[in-house]
Every structure is written in structure tokens, then in C-alpha cells.
Design a protein around this ligand. Structure first.
Ligand code: SF4
Length: 448
């Protein structure tokens, strides 16, 4: 096509990876990526509908392109993909009248044809592809990865859990696993190209393989991927109700699986967890956390928590605070409940005043910050193994990467050395400062 494009992504790692596939597909048909929308003939927005503010941000950014100058080549095509595209289809024009192409979560491969058809149709009509596939999950599309040393590898999509607040199963559909052979082949290829860390991706990775007859389950898949020689292996997202002993065994026995697990708890109250349809209780989550911590020494557990779910009372919130303290999370993403139209929770009436919810949120945020500080203090004066990702936003002389426990680690670029000698390499850093959200230290030895 020879046109220029720019992709902006909202939302989770799955969306970031879908954007890598969009960029791969567009590069493959001769388009050229540019750094911003001003230069782009094709503006692609990869959208997320998990939270309300992501919707609003998207509407603002897409419609603002109406008044921005056209790219040097003439007119611009605006394409919207991802979850909002899947959810809204052609209704998208109600909020964003300048959109010409809508492609759903299973329609990345159709994007070049949709764009070409839009150009032929003189860009006036709206072209929509939101068909979903019921067969197994296949992603044999070209992928243009953001980093060479780290890769996301999707293993499944969709979710069967129907948590009452969540729009994902309604938009991404039922669980669909990808064939293990294709996953392992992709990981082998990545390792041969120099990838040091892989994150296996899915809405609920622990239920991997349940929909495929004769395919391995998630624990076995971890074993198979570890055989590729990958040095660091992570996975996300995990639902506590599906995390079984076999996965814990794999985590504790495979040296490449990093000692970090993000295990969303959402609430510490069994009553609220039931209303959320999470299928575990406060007690069973605590038992699972204790088992993980005893079987995997040094494990960093992180989580997601929703504050102000409809009907949450003070005693429920106190249960959340005590659970958070008892587990001792290393970090947590905390959110105020956001109503998603089309979900069962959106029908619930809540009378809790906004200021009460805000106060609870602030209490939780300060507890999480204190625990994160405490967790980082445990690593003071120790040596962290760090995969270097680039330079710090604040200083070109400071390099930044992530430890095995997924902590952000900063260290000074040694005098006379170049940034490129370190990016994508693994280094040892002696930790000299442990702050709430990061570690800072001194480089030990050479990168490897
Ligand atoms: S497990 Fe629950 S929160 Fe996670 S994607 Fe499925 S329905 Fe949504």
C-alpha cells in the first residue's frame, strides 16, 4: 500500500500485543510506521472497554483528529480495533463520526482489506468486521514487537468466568486456547532470535487447554516452553480459582519461571467475592497465597483490587484491608469500581456516598504503598538480576530494567560505556536504595 500509519493502544497487555500484530500486518503489506498521527495516512486506535475512563479518553482522542491537519499525502483513514470495536460495531459512529473502519478482536487479519476497501469507497462509508471465530485461537499473523529482548506470546483468549463486573467475556467471547505446538514453535523462534524473556498471555491462563481435546494443560505447557531454553518466563492473567497444584509445582521447579505472580483478589470479603461471582472465598485465597509463598521462597505476589463494588460495606472493606496485610502483597493495582453497561453488576443499585468510597480507596492505596516499601526493603543490600530495558525517563545516564521479582531497578551507566551495550542484556545490580516503587543500585560485573 505504501501508506504511513500510527497505532495508539489503550488497555492491557493483550491489547498491546494485538497492536504488535496490527503493526506486523500493516508492515507486511508495505505500510510504513510513523511516530505520530500528524504524519499518518492511517490512524489506528486499539481500544479497551474494561474501564469507563478508557472509553471517554478514546472518544476525545479520535474526534480531535477531525480538526487536526491532514497528513502530507492527503486524507487520513481512522480505524478503531479491539474491545470497543467488538462491543459497539457500527454504533461507534455515534460517538466518533470520523471513523471509517471498525475491526473486532478476531479481525486483525482483515484490516488491510478493510483499509483498501475504504480507500476505494472514497472513505465516506463505514466498514465493519466484528465477526468472531468459534474455533481454536490462531494467531499466525506477522508480529512487529516493541522489544527484541522481551516478547508477549498469546496462549488463549476469551473467558468463561463471567465475573459480574467484567465486560471481557461479553466482548472477547468464550475461552479459546491456541495449539501448544504453535506456542512452542513461536517461543523457539523467539529464543533463536535472542529473546531473553517471554510472557505467556491470556485472559485466564490457568484454564489453558480445557477447550482442546488432547492438548496439554497450563502446567504442562510451562514445562514445554521451558524446554525452549528461554531464560525468563512469566505469565498473566491468573484467576485464583483455576491455579492448581501442578502449576505451583511447575513454578517452583522450573528455574526459568520468574518468582513473581500477579493473582487478582479483587476483594477480601467473601460476601463481595460471591456478588462478584469470583468462585473463591477470602479463606481459600489466603490458603492459596500461603501455599504459594511456602512452596516458592521469595515469591513476589501482586494483585488487583476493586474498591466500592455495589453493596460493599465498611466491614467488607475492612476484610480487604486485613487480607492485603496478611498476604503482604509486593504491589497492587487498585481501582474504584466502574460500572460497565451490559454486565450484571451494572444493574445493582449502590447507595454508598462517593466520598466514602474515595476515602476507602485512599486508605487502601496508602496500605499498599507501605507494603510495597516493606517488600522492597527486604532486597536492600542484596544483588538483583535485572533485564535492562532502556534509559530512565529522567536521565540518560541511568539505565532501567526489571528484576526477577518484577521490581523496577535503576542503576548508573558506567563512565565510558554505551547504552546499547546494556539494553536487552541481563546484569547484576547491588541494591543500595529500596524505595516504595523502585530499587536503585550499583552495577556488578559485566552484562551477559
Ligand atoms: S476472570 Fe473475571 S475479571 Fe478476568 S477476564 Fe474473566 S470475567 Fe473478566
Amino acid at each position: 500500500m505504501g501508506r504511513t500509519y500510527h497505532v495508539r493502544t489503550f488497555g492491557c497487555q493483550m491489547n498491546l500485543h494485538d497492536s504488535e500484530r496490527v503493526r506486523g500486518v500493516l508492515d507486511d503489506c508495505g505500510c510504513i510506521e510513523v511516530n505520530g498521527f500528524d504524519e499518518a495516512d492511517i490512524a489506528v486506535f486499539m481500544t479497551c472497554c474494561v474501564r469507563e475512563n478508557a472509553d471517554n479518553k478514546l472518544y476525545g482522542q479520535v474526534t480531535s483528529l477531525i480538526s487536526s491537519p491532514n497528513p502530507p499525502s492527503g486524507k487520513r483513514i481512522v480505524a478503531v480495533g479491539g474491545c470497543i470495536a467488538q462491543r459497539d460495531g457500527d454504533a461507534i459512529r455515534k460517538h466518533m463520526p470520523n471513523v471509517q473502519v471498525v475491526f473486532g478482536t478476531d479481525a486483525v487479519s482483515s484490516l488491510p482489506d478493510l483499509l483498501e476497501a475504504s480507500i476505494q469507497a472514497d472513505r465516506r462509508s463505514l466498514l465493519v468486521d466484528i465477526q468472531t471465530s468459534d474455533s481454536h485461537f490462531s494467531t499466525d499473523l506477522p508480529t512487529k514487537r516493541a522489544q527484541r529482548f522481551h516478547a508477549w506470546v498469546p496462549i488463549m483468549t476469551g473467558c468463561n468466568n463471567f465475573c459480574t463486573y467484567c465486560i471481557v467475556p461479553h466482548v472477547r467471547g468464550r475461552e479459546k486456547s491456541r495449539m501448544s505446538e504453535a506456542i512452542v514453535r513461536e517461543c523457539e523462534q523467539l529464543v533463536s532470535e535472542g529473546t531473553r524473556e517471554i510472557t505467556l498471555l491470556g485472559q485466564n491462563v490457568n484454564s489453558y487447554g480445557r477447550d482442546l481435546y488432547g492438548e496439554p494443560r497450563f502446567a504442562e505447557l510451562l514445562h514445554q516452553v521451558s524446554q525452549t531454553g528461554i531464560e525468563r518466563l512469566r505469565f498473566t492473567s491468573s484467576n485464583p480459582k483455576d491455579l492448581n497444584d501442578e502449576v505451583i509445582d511447575a513454578m517452583s521447579s522450573l528455574p526459568c519461571v520468574m518468582p513473581h505472580l500477579h493473582l487478582a483478589v479483587q476483594s477480601g470479603s467473601s460476601r463481595v467475592l460471591k456478588a462478584m461471582n469470583r468462585h473463591y472465598t477470602r479463606e481459600s485465597y489466603l490458603e492459596l497465597a500461603r501455599k504459594l509463598q511456602s512452596r516458592i521462597p521469595g515469591l513476589a505476589l501482586t494483585t488487583d483490587i476493586i474498591v466500592g463494588f455495589p453493596g460493599e460495606e465498611e466491614r467488607d472493606f475492612l476484610d480487604t484491608l486485613t487480607l492485603v496485610s496478611e498476604v503482604g502483597f509486593s504491589a497492587a493495582y487498585t481501582f474504584i469500581y466502574s460500572k460497565r453497561p451490559g454486565t450484571p453488576a451494572a444493574e445493582l443499585v449502590d447507595t454508598t456516598p462517593r466520598e466514602v468510597i474515595q476515602h476507602r480507596f485512599e486508605c487502601l492505596a496508602s496500605l499498599v504503598a507501605r507494603l510495597s516499601y516493606d517488600a522492597n526493603q527486604m532486597d536492600l543490600h542484596k544483588t538483583a538480576s535485572v533485564l535492562v530495558e532502556g534509559v530512565s525517563k529522567r536521565s540518560k545516564d541511568v539505565l532501567v530494567g526489571h528484576s526477577e521479582k518484577n521490581q523496577t531497578v535503576h542503576f548508573a551507566l558506567p563512565q565510558g560505556r554505551q547504552i546499547d551495550e546494556y539494553v536487552g542484556k541481563i546484569v547484576d545490580v547491588h541494591v543500595e536504595q529500596a524505595r516504595t516503587w523502585y530499587l536503585r543500585g550499583k552495577l556488578v560485573g559485566e552484562p551477559r
